[in-house]
Design a protein around this ligand. Structure first.
Ligand SMILES: C[S@@+](CC[C@H](N)C(=O)[O-])C[C@H]1O[C@@H](n2cnc3c(N)ncnc32)[C@H](O)[C@@H]1O
Length: 423
């Protein structure tokens, strides 16, 4: 096999990041924009020791799952991976991927994996987006730091798209030192935050501030971040979102789930698994306190642990705003703080874990096992690290069920809620 040569091939399945797989001359080829059932010409773009990378350049037969991507920048922009795949087929891909990964990495067979929960409309769902600025304004191209100039993004809420175009027009006509712009929206409150990252120049930003207030009626707060120092130009530096009837204050650096519609379905799965026996609940990696506050009732007490101080401050205020007082939030590293709770002899009935993509440290999993909760609910945005952690937990806990939720349509990412009970 040679680089830059074209070979005939057929895509037989998709790998975890959605690339097509073809076997050509006995070698596995990962094919950009290839879908199962595609047959045709594959150009080899690079050859590694055990595999090659290629792209479909012509079709003898197209996959039945192939659709025309709604966005002209698909394949250039790094934001989407699966816009060329019918949404039903995207969901099947994610469901199968979760089952395969759990079998292969956690070595768990016969685990109940419920049907993935998808969206009715898999577009314009993101409540947060970051645009990059140099000569162009837009998103990074796939695997580079070059910027694709974009006019709109089909994954982002329409209100953000509209506001972005106004800001873009201003930046084209006025010289301002800015490298990134973040938009964050309370989808259910229509409160909009805009954050500019760059050199703070008071005069320039005062003019921009005036322009935004005049043109974007939903604007709630505007900030500039220059070398980790924040300047609030307008509002109070945060927005509010309403999820499942509760209000959540969200600051610039606090984590908040990006899909406000699907998040209710995700949190409902967690809530439906709470019963009256869950008197003491730990909410590990608690962010702005969303899950702890949602599962809190007048029977249980919740203790959240979160490393980002601003997020903990938001969580404390969120408890106040929602009149919830049997909840505590601890600021610190969960690996250290959960161990302290264990040493203080606390005995949680339920532990909820919602770590970042890298999953949990082995040390934390040991602490969780020592804390002996009857139930664990593990929310994960990466099935690979979920499976790795389940391999450890499943010595002591039975994995009862996993429910995949599509929080990120048109990308290869998938969220899972996993319920474990002590054997
Ligand atoms: C996937 S988010 C979950 C947040 C929250 N449960 C929610 O649903 O919005 C993961 C959170 O873990 C926090 N985090 C990351 N590493 C941590 C650590 N070592 N100790 C405590 N929190 C950590 C992040 O700041 C982030 O807020």
């Amino acid at each position: 096999m040679e680089e830059n040569k074209i070979y005939k091939g057929e895509i037989i399945r998709q790998e975890n990041m959605g690339l097509g797989i073809a076997i050509i001359n006995g070698m596995t080829v990962f094919v950009n924009n290839g879908l199962p059932g595609d047959m045709g010409d594959i150009m080899i773009t690079s050859i590694k020791k055990n595999y090659a990378i290629g792209k479909m350049i012509d079709f003898d037969k197209k996959s039945l799952d192939r659709v025309n991507p709604i966005c002209n920048n698909f394949n250039v922009c790094g934001g989407c991976d699966l816009m060329h795949q019918d949404y039903k087929s995207q969901l099947l891909f994610k469901q199968t991927k979760v089952i395969d990964i759990i079998k292969r990495i956690a070595k768990l067979d016969n685990i109940r994996v419920n049907n993935i929960i998808g969206m009715d409309d898999p577009y314009n769902y993101r409540n947060k987006v970051v645009y990059h600025v140099n000569n162009n304004i837009g998103f990074y191209k796939k695997e580079t730091n070059d910027i694709v100039d974009v006019e709109q993004c089909y994954l982002v809420d329409e209100l953000i798209n509209k506001s972005y175009l106004l800001i873009k027009k201003y930046l084209i006509n006025n010289k301002i030192n800015v490298s990134k712009i973040m938009f964050r929206l309370g989808v259910n409150t229509k409160e909009l935050m805009i954050v500019f990252y760059g050199k703070y120049n008071k005069k320039q930003y005062e003019l921009l501030n005036e322009y935004i207030i005049k043109n974007i009626k939903e604007i709630t707060t505007i900030l500039v971040e220059d070398n980790n120092k924040q300047y609030i130009l307008y509002g109070d530096g945060y927005i509010t979102e309403i999820i499942m009837g509760l209000s959540f204050k969200i600051s610039v650096d606090s984590f908040f789930q990006v899909n406000s519609k699907q998040v209710e379905k995700l949190y409902n799965i967690v809530k439906n698994n709470i019963d009256d026996k869950d008197k003491l609940i730990f909410d590990l990696y608690s962010g702005t306190g969303t899950i702890g506050l949602i599962v809190n009732n007048n029977i249980n007490k919740v203790i959240g642990i979160e490393i980002v101080e601003d997020a903990v401050n938001d969580a404390l205020e969120n408890a106040k705003i929602n009149n919830i007082d049997n909840i505590e939030f601890i600021n610190g590293d969960v690996n250290v703080k959960a161990l302290e709770l264990y040493k203080n002899n606390l005995k949680p009935d339920l532990i909820i874990i919602d770590p970042p993509r890298k999953g949990c440290d082995t040390k934390l999993l040991e602490t969780i096992i020592n804390l002996k909760p009857k139930k664990i609910i593990y929310i994960s945005c990466d099935p690979v690290t979920l499976a790795r952690d389940l391999k450890i937990l499943s010595d002591i806990y039975k994995v009862e069920e996993i429910t995949p939720v599509d929080m990120f349509p048109n990308t290869y990412h998938v969220e899972c809620v996993c319920k474990l009970v002590r054997k």
